[in-house]
Design a protein around this ligand. Structure first.
Ligand SMILES: *Cc1c(COP(=O)(O)O)cnc(C)c1O
Length: 379
């Protein structure tokens, strides 16, 4: 069944806007007419909805997902002299935020199948200076939080979930924000819950994190004209309005992403030269990204080029792991604990296929056909 060449985009932002235009426009108009654009009632409404969604006591809107991370680190007292354990096969911001807070990054390997942090590798990396574990719910699937919680309890460590990619995901009997000190969210447009620009949030059950992040995001002020140490990192009310409209759809969109993932996985099941995403039993993976891996690193760039030439905007997340980035501050003491073959394989072999709720069957099937065509000819 060879279809004629078509274009398949990587994102569906405009399709999504058109589908719920009335709801988004209504909230934008409400903010415009209210005259309150910063720290106004729409932000309060959205924060309440976001906390309810996570079943956490608190949610605090901030400027972006990176600020959400380092503001949380600072609120928890993580800073110079402290070590934070995370993975290198993630978006740069995870480590960047640890660095901004003044702490030291320690990288451990990821799990071969999920690509999230491998709990079995964490304990060997713990030193007297270790203060926190920062798991990333990579590609839309939760890290093994039950195992991470056990290690954290045993060694009295903090846990901060970098949940930029997996809003609406669930683990096997746990929710995001439930087994940690705080979880952070990113609302940049390409994330599963995205605004038309930048945004972020912290969700937590810890009243001190709530109080301090709330204060620090607003020049260290919780009372008019009174300031302590702080920054400017607020979630604007216009963005809160967009996000409030979209939050009502996030479960339905996540189901749609899962449906496309299942269709990809079924269609690609027979391919010899690629590995498909792995779902942990009992977890709800929300497929921020549908990432396949070529079985050999030498196949990755040819597959990517083949798909791009066929009109499919496939990408890589993330082809250069953080420890491979020139800009990474090794001079500040960052280190890799133990070998990290899984993270390095992930960086070398990953290919992200188009994934967004508004894809069509035709687009998914065309992508499957093209990957299979490449697979048959790969040598
Ligand atoms: C997107 C992302 C961030 C940063 O979020 P921004 O809103 O872009 O600052 C942090 N961590 C991970 C894993 C991300 O994917």
């Amino acid at each position: 069944m060879l279809q004629t060449k078509m274009k398949v985009a990587f994102y569906g932002h405009v399709r999504q806007y058109h589908n719920i235009k009335k709801e988004i426009d209504a909230n934008i108009h409400e903010v415009l007419e209210s005259g309150q654009y910063v720290m106004g009632p729409m932000l309060q409404r959205f924060e309440k909805e976001l906390a309810e969604f996570h079943k956490t006591k608190y949610a605090i809107g901030v400027g972006n997902g990176t600020d959400a991370l380092w503001l949380t680190f600072m609120a928890l007292g993580i800073g110079p002299g402290d070590e934070c354990i995370t993975t290198t096969n993630t978006f740069f911001a995870t480590a960047e935020a640890i660095w901004i807070a003044g702490a030291t990054v320690v990288f451990v390997d990821s799990d071969a199948r999920t690509n999230c942090i491998d709990p079995a590798k964490i304990e060997a990396a713990i030193t007297p200076r270790t203060k926190a574990i920062v798991p990333v719910h990579l590609y839309g699937q939760c890290a093994d939080m039950k195992a991470i919680r056990k290690i954290a309890d045993k060694h009295k460590l903090l846990v901060i979930e970098d949940n930029a990619q997996a809003i609406a995901a669930r683990g096997d009997g746990f929710r995001i924000g439930e087994l940690s000190d705080a979880a952070t969210v990113s609302f940049i447009i390409q994330k599963n819950l995205g605004t038309f620009g930048d945004g972020g949030a912290v969700v937590t059950n810890n009243s001190e994190v709530d109080r301090l992040v709330r204060k620090m995001r607003n020049h260290g002020s919780d009372k008019r004209s009174c300031h302590s140490y702080g920054f400017n990192s607020r979630l604007d009310d216009l963005h809160a309005g967009v996000l409030s409209a979209k939050l009502k759809h996030i479960d339905e969109w996540s189901d749609q992403r899962r449906k496309w993932a299942a269709r990809y996985s079924k269609g690609l099941a027979g391919a010899r030269n690629i590995t498909l995403p792995y779902e942990m039993p009992g977890y709800r993976h929300v497929y921020h990204l549908y990432v396949i891996e070529t079985k050999q690193a030498k196949y990755r760039d040819p597959l990517l080029k083949f798909l791009n030439d066929e009109g499919i905007d496939a990408k890589c997340h993330y082809p250069i792991a953080i420890h491979q980035q020139e800009g990474y501050p090794w001079g500040k003491g960052a280190r890799i604990a133990g070998p990290i073959p899984n993270s390095e394989r992930n960086a070398a072999c990953c290919v992200s296929l188009p994934m967004f709720p508004e894809l069509t069957e035709e687009e998914v099937d065309y992508t499957v056909e093209r990957v299979l065509e490449w697979d048959r000819s790969a040598k």
